[in-house]
Design a protein around this ligand. Structure first.
Ligand code: MTE
Ligand code: MOS
Length: 750
């Protein structure tokens, strides 16, 4: 092929490396105001009074907005359980629950005024843990703290336990993870008295579009949202930019001037979403030869003060709770629990890392108890065509699960590696090495619970000179979506990748394409673009035929007309002069999935990515420090469209998963105030911590994927935490069932 599967430079590399790409903070308009946000600093209470008189006197302050100024103050992506601004008499549910907004001529004035807003809060007892929340005393939000529930009821769980030779029961806990994108939440909004334009850093321009229109009670066709270059999202810019955008949009609406709101890192930590902390109890049954019989799990996710995306996150937790195995008796309950802390939501893996960690830890414990190699027990239970997932989805194609296990075993030279680790441990008293496996499944795209959003648009315009413009609703946030789109167009139209430009999404130009989440962009935007490009190719072929050409081939990305290779620029010029339609729109959606929400069974997702990781760690018994030395990873992603980008996703995912597993931790004081709010004490991996990562892909094509591709953005992270936790457990000979495995945790367990 000309482009697909070839090593290319990412199409946005130069503009980003040279600082030419425009981020939200680069947007400046005449008469632009700067915004700040007022937080109560109290985790739970009733807002008794609010006085903005002193703040108003600060020179340069133009507007102070409170709840009275919000046209529609009810907000929330799944349930309307939050406010844009807490009203007087209303409840404050976490320390950074916004109570007022300020617009001023300078950032300094806005910040000074924010300090001068006076308010009284009648404090209530803050609910800070899942255990406290389950007592419902007090209730944080709604009618009960464990407000959301999803389940799977498949097979006969009790009978399956009776028939099991080994039953393992264990408890697990996981902590927060902050997205740590380089660029904090940022937005510029401009209401000109007639239409509103919002420029921002985001994953989901169509969410922002809906939310801003709803809060300001504007019709959607009067609101335009433009996604600016986005310095990382990782799920943290899925719904959150809506909450940021409505603030700037409201201030602009009230002042009729452009308003810029850029979060500081401290604000971003305190107010915006994280990965859900979790607690879970697992009971899993095996036969004596290691065959999985039954998985029973109860999982609690700490959703913080507002539900935001939790009900959707829980869908992934429940469907991934039994990991990547063939098991017919499955009984899972997942609860979303309110607490008086920052609302948690989407984070790469979306509710699956918590449960995959638990299930994969159990696979290792079972292997140990049964005297089976941890690789073997996974291979024995791995899925294949003709088998059913834990939700009972019969797999008919694209199941490279066993191949990923085989490849990792091979590229790591596993049998020798085990020997080396054993030797190392015999020769070292205070340093111990360990190996850990994980084998996981990832349901591609939104699945049955989100299928109403699962369609995407892609427009392709061929210019007279043969350069190509592509418009999609999916966003680039560093993961390489633009380059994948360019590769697809390049392959189909026979244009060089460098001659394809992918525009920033604009909601007034592109039809609602759903969110850029769930690793769906390659499949959804990719297919939409493929369809559009194929239509243009066919239009050109029709024209060439009508003008006398007899033998037209577009082979491996090259045009061969009557035996002669013709460059695309020439073809485009000629077709344009002949009035051929060189602009097309593609639309992609998938057939309805059959899934029963009562039993949690059926076709949960359109397709699945399968992944295996082996990690080698070294633990220092004197300091408790864990080092990930090397990782071997294989993913079945259907087809590798962009090899360099795909490897990059895996390397980044392994490292981000490593941070979650061993170093990243957020703590609160006893009053519910976050005490980790910047990178001085929130420990993300740095370049020194990056291990050697060996990646090899399996290509088991998905018939509905573009060129056979599935998704990789999230599984690249998901395989990492359980594999590392298993490796540490192996090194220490202690089951490590709590994340993160910080040095303190290691020493405590030792
Ligand atoms: N990679 C980079 N560099 N930056 C990101 O923000 N987000 C991740 C993943 N990889 C992210 C990333 C998340 S949470 C998702 S859902 C996918 O990319 C989204 O992109 P995709 O649909 O193109 O896979
Ligand atoms: Mo990714 S958590 O689905 O944005």
């Amino acid at each position: 092929m000309r482009a697909i599967g070839k090593k290319v430079r990412r199409i946005d590399a130069i503009e980003k490396a040279f600082g030419k790409a425009k981020f939200t903070n680069d947007m400046n308009f005449p008469k632009m105001l700067y915004a700040s946000v007022v937080y109560p600093g109290v985790a739970h209470g009733i807002l008794r009074s609010l006085n903005v008189e002193k703040a108003k006197e600060v020179e340069g302050v133009v507007k102070i907005a409170t709840y009275k100024d919000v046209p529609n103050n009810e907000m929330g992506i799944v349930t309307k359980d939050m406010h844009v601004l807490v009203p007087v008499g209303g409840k404050i549910r976490f320390e950074a629950d916004p109570i007022a907004l300020i617009a001023a001529e300078t950032k300094e004035a806005a910040e000074e005024a924010a300090e001068l807003v006076e308010f009284e809060v009648e404090e209530l007892k803050p609910v800070l843990t899942i255990d406290e929340a389950l007592k419902d005393d007090p209730i944080v939000n709604g009618e009960r703290n464990a407000a959301f529930h999803r389940k799977i009821r498949r097979g006969d769980i009790e009978k399956a336990f009776e028939e099991s030779d080994l039953v393992i029961e264990m408890d697990f806990e996981t902590g927060y993870q902050e997205h740590a994108y380089l660029e904090p939440q940022s937005v510029v909004a401009w209401w000109d008295g007639n239409t509103l334009t919002v420029y921002g850093s985001m994953q989901c321009p169509f969410y922002v579009h809906n939310d801003v229109a709803e809060v300001l009670k504007l019709p959607l066709n009067k609101v335009t949202v433009v996604q600016m270059e986005t310095g990382g999202g990782f799920g943290g810019k899925e719904d959150v930019p809506s909450y940021i955008a409505v603030k700037a949009a409201l201030l602009s609406y009230l002042t009729k001037r452009p308003v810029k709101l850029i979060y500081s890192r401290d604000m971003d930590f305190r107010e915006t979403s994280k990965r859900h902390p979790s607690k879970s109890h697992y009971k899993v049954g095996f036969t004596k030869d290691g065959k999985l019989k039954a998985v029973k799990a109860t999982v609690y996710l700490d959703m913080g003060a507002y539900s935001t995306l939790t009900p959707i996150v829980m869908y992934r937790s429940v469907t991934h709770a039994a990991s990547a195995y063939d098991v017919k008796n499955v009984f899972v309950d997942v609860y979303g629990v309110y607490t008086n802390k920052v609302p948690t939501g989407a984070f790469r893996g979306f509710g699956s890392p918590q449960v995959l960690f638990a299930m994969e830890r159990i696979m290792d414990e079972a292997a140990k108890k049964l005297g089976i190699d941890p690789w073997e027990i996974r291979y024995k239970n791995a899925l294949e065509i003709g088998k059913e997932t834990a939700t009972g989805h019969l797999l008919e194609e694209s199941v490279g699960a066993k191949e990923t296990l085989e490849i990792v075993k091979e590229i790591s030279d596993y049998d020798n590696l085990k020997e080396e680790v054993k030797k190392f441990n015999e020769g070292n008293k205070y340093k111990k090495r360990g190996l850990g496996w994980s084998h996981i499944i990832y349901g591609v795209s939104l699945g049955a619970a989100g299928q109403f959003l699962d369609a995407s648009s892609g427009e392709v315009h061929v210019k007279m000179d043969g350069s190509v413009l592509v418009m999609i609703g999916g966003t680039e946030m560093g993961q390489g979506a633009k380059t994948v789109m360019a590769l697809i167009v390049s392959e189909i139209l026979g244009v060089d990748v460098e001659n394809v430009r992918v525009m920033q999404p604009n909601t007034s130009i592109v039809q609602d394409s759903g969110p850029t989440v769930a690793s769906r962009t390659t499949v959804f935007s990719g297919n939409a673009v493929r369809i559009a490009a194929e239509r243009i190719r066919d239009n050109i072929i029709d024209y060439l035929k009508s003008s006398g050409a007899e033998d037209i081939k577009v082979e491996n990305g090259y045009w061969i007309v009557d035996g002669k290779e013709i460059p695309f620029s020439e073809i485009a010029r000629e077709a344009n002069a002949a009035n051929v339609k060189l602009a097309e729109m593609g639309w992609f959606s998938t057939p309805r999935l059959k899934y029963d929400f009562e039993t949690g069974t059926g076709e949960a997702y359109v397709s699945y990515t399968f992944s295996t990781q082996l990690s080698l760690v070294e633990v220092d018994l004197l300091t408790g420090r864990v080092e990930l030395k090397e990782a071997w990873v294989s993913h079945d992603i259907g087809k590798v469209l962009n090899p360099v980008g795909a490897e990059g996703q895996v390397e980044g995912g392994v490292v981000q998963g490593m941070g979650y597993a061993i170093s990243e931790e957020i703590k609160h004081d006893e009053k519910g105030r976050m005490i980790v709010t910047n990178f001085n004490n929130y420990i993300v991996p740095s370049i020194r911590d990056i291990p050697k990562v060996h990646v090899k892909f399996v290509e088991s094509p998905f018939s509905k994927g573009p060129f056979g591709a599935k998704g990789l953005g999230e599984p690249s992270l998901m395989s990492s935490p359980p594999s590392i936790a298993n490796a540490v457990s192996d090194a220490l000979g202690i089951p490590m069932n709590r994340l993160p495995i910080t040095p303190e945790e290691v020493l405590l367990r030792l």
